[in-house]
Design a binder for this molecule. Sequence first.
Ligand SMILES: Nc1nc2c(ncn2[C@@H]2O[C@H](COP(=O)(O)OP(=O)(O)O)[C@@H](O)[C@H]2O)c(=O)[nH]1
Ligand SMILES: [Mg+2]
Length: 320
Amino acid sequence: MVKDIDTIYGKMVRETNKQMGSVKLPGRFSLEKAKKLEHIRIKTYDRILARELRAIPKQFPDFDQLNQFQKALVEVYAPLDRVKAEIGKIPAILRIAASVRDEALWRIARAKKLSEVKAARQMYLGRIWHVLKKNKPTFDFLRKLHRVVRKFPKLRYDEKTIVLAGFPNAGKSTLLRALTGSEPEIASYPFTTQDLMIGHFEHHFQRFQVIDTPGLLDRPVESMNPVELRAVAALQHLADVVVFLFDPEQGLDEQRDLLTKVKEIIRAPVIVVLNKADLLDDPSAVARRVGAELAISAETGEGVEALRERILRELGWYHG
Ligand SMILES: Nc1nc2c(ncn2[C@@H]2O[C@H](COP(=O)(O)OP(=O)(O)O)[C@@H](O)[C@H]2O)c(=O)[nH]1
Ligand SMILES: [Mg+2]
């Protein structure tokens, strides 16, 4: 979590008060002793503040090291340059805080009266709060960014990725299970209320990742807000191939519209498949009508291996 400025400032003050409670200097009260105590206090404020500020950039990945998909997801939130600039403000704030500290220490060292010692602390706290407040937009920006980055799906980026698309109930989840032989893992997806479902299969010691996108690549693009749309478009950097499933039990024209839209937002090869062939007398006639190159049944497994071969061939991994 990235803390807000009130929390950071409050922590600095409270932790310092607590630590100062156990600082005991020998001897009777004197200006020299007050100066020593105030010196320790300012250094303590500074140490806690610096610790809090340095913790912020550490909570983010190195944005230059992200892959295309992750970068596209960041850019749904804000341009990468802006992100880097905002993170870069933290070291700048640290430098200002250090100079405020040095000035306070200098004033304490020069103080001739107790009131001057006290004024140094007031100056320090006032200026630190002012710097934090002036940079509040940066802290707020980074707080939101962190919530987005934390939601990044845990994916295997070394695996070729097959993304499933098609109407709700077309059989995507059933196909995912048929291709991978396992229950899918669930990964959250930023900017949407939806989760991704992920499965894996192996072919010739190479692993492949299959992703079902419920609520994303199964509904009219017109119903998405611009943020969701960009989040969905980011999937094209992930998809090495898209498998679009037609459901013969639902409106074929509407499904054709969705296919057109999917092709517009995801620039990856699309394999069009007719599912639920087991429900049809003449699957190949329906397949021809919708432009599907294969008719399968995710439920019975019929045609699933042919589809796998087709996918592997598209990815350059099928060698007979
Ligand atoms: N008869 C038949 N039913 C299927 C087939 N594939 C999926 N179904 C059924 O269709 C319904 C929706 O499937 P599901 O995989 O959840 O669709 P999704 O919403 O696209 O993920 C379920 O009741 C499945 O059992 C199929 O090939 N044949
Ligand atoms: Mg599903």
